[in-house]
Design a protein around this ligand. Sequence first.
Ligand SMILES: NC(=O)c1ccc[n+]([C@@H]2O[C@H](COP(=O)([O-])OP(=O)(O)OC[C@H]3O[C@@H](n4cnc5c(N)ncnc54)[C@H](O)[C@@H]3O)[C@@H](O)[C@H]2O)c1
Length: 382
Amino acid sequence: MTPTEHSASAAGAWPALRLAIAGIGLVGQRHADAISQVPGLTLCAIVDPSDAGKEEAQARNVACYGDLQQMIEAEAPDGIILSTPTKLHVAQGRQCLDAGIPVLIEKPLADDLAAAASLVERSEQVDVALLVGHHRRHNPLIRKAHEYITQGRIGDVRAMQATCWFYKPDAYFDVAPWRKQGGAGPISVNLVHDIDLMRHLCGEITSVQAQAAPSARGHENEDVAAALLTFDNGAIGTITVSDSIVAPWSWEMTAHEYPVYPTTSQSAYQIGGSHGALSVPDLTLWTHEEVRDWWTPISATSVLRDTSDPLINQMVHFAAVIRGDETPLVSGREGLRSLAVVDAIQRSAKSNELIRLEEGGANVALASMREKKETKMTNQAH
Ligand SMILES: NC(=O)c1ccc[n+]([C@@H]2O[C@H](COP(=O)([O-])OP(=O)(O)OC[C@H]3O[C@@H](n4cnc5c(N)ncnc54)[C@H](O)[C@@H]3O)[C@@H](O)[C@H]2O)c1
C-alpha cells in the first residue's frame, strides 16, 4: 500500500487530525500545501510573528498566533510542524514535547549538538514522538535505491561520493538575515540532508576528516567544504558542498523534487559496490555484462520507480505516527546521528584533525558531547 492509499483508508476511519505550523516561511508554506493535499488532515493554526506570516495565515483562512505557547494552549493541536529558523528548534521543540504534542522538526534538528541531544532524550523520556524533516528519505527513488543496495544488487558497498554544489543568490540571504549568521552555512543547512542519505544508504559513519573555506561573500559561515568519511562496514565516502558554485550536480537540480529548481539530467551521488554501481537520483545501475572485469563491456540499466512528492509522503507518515500506526522513519535520534556527523565535519574543518564517532551510531552524540566537555576542562586547566 502506498502512503497516499494508506492515508485515504485511514482518513475514513479516523476524525481529521488538526495540525499547526510554526514558521510559515519558505518551507513552512510547502508543509501547509502538503497538509491541504492529504485527506484526513487539516491545518488548524499558524504561529508566526511576522507581517508576512499573518498575511499567509489570512490567505489560508486559519488563525495566526505570534507565540507558540499561546497557540498550544488555545488550539491543543494533534501535531505541530516546526519550520522556524534553526536556532529556535530546541526551545520550541521542548514546548511541544512538554505539552505532549508530537512534533515534526525541520532539519537540521538544532544548531547545537548537546542541546539537540537533550531534546531527543526529553522526547524519549516523555514518550512523545519527535520526527526530523529529512524528507528525502520519503522519496520513492530513495526507497528504491535503498532496496537495491540492501538486496545486494551492487554487492558490498565500497565507496560513495556525493556532490552538493549550487549558487544561492544574494537575495536569498538578504530576505532572511539569519541565513548569513553562524550555524546557517551550507554544512549545517544543506549537507545534513546528504549526510542523512549517505547514512541511510551506506551505514553508520565512524570518522570524518574535513576542510572548509570561509564565505567569499563575508557571511559568518563557510561557502565550500569537503569531507572524507569512513563507514562502519569499511566503505569510504567523499562529499563536497558549496552554496557559491554554479553547477548542475546537486540533489536539488537532479531529483526533480521541487519545481522551483531547474532540472538537469545529471546525478548527485555515485555508490560503488563490488558487483556494480548505482547513480542517484537518476537511478542508473551499472554492471559488467558477463564477468567483473574492466576489459569487458559495462552496461547501464534504468531502474524503474514510482514518483510522488516526498513532503506529502512525510506528512502522511507524520499523521500515521500521531495515530500510532507507524514509528518514525527519521526519529529524533536518527536526526541527532546525522547532526553529530555534521558537527564532526565542522569541528574537523576547524581543527584539521580526523574525528572519530564512537560506534558511529547510538553513542555518537554523547561521545561528541563528552569530547567537547573534556576539551573545555583541558582548556580551563591550562
Ligand atoms: N526540508 C528542507 O528541504 C528545508 C528547506 C529549507 C529550509 N529548511 C529548514 O526549515 C527551517 C526554516 O527555513 P526557511 O528557509 O523556511 O526559513 P524562513 O526564514 O523562510 O522562514 C522562517 C519563518 O519562521 C518565522 N519565525 C521567526 N521566529 C518565529 C517564532 N518565534 N515563532 C514562529 N515563527 C517564527 C519567520 O517569520 C519566518 O516566516 C530551517 O531550519 C531550515 O534549515 C528545510
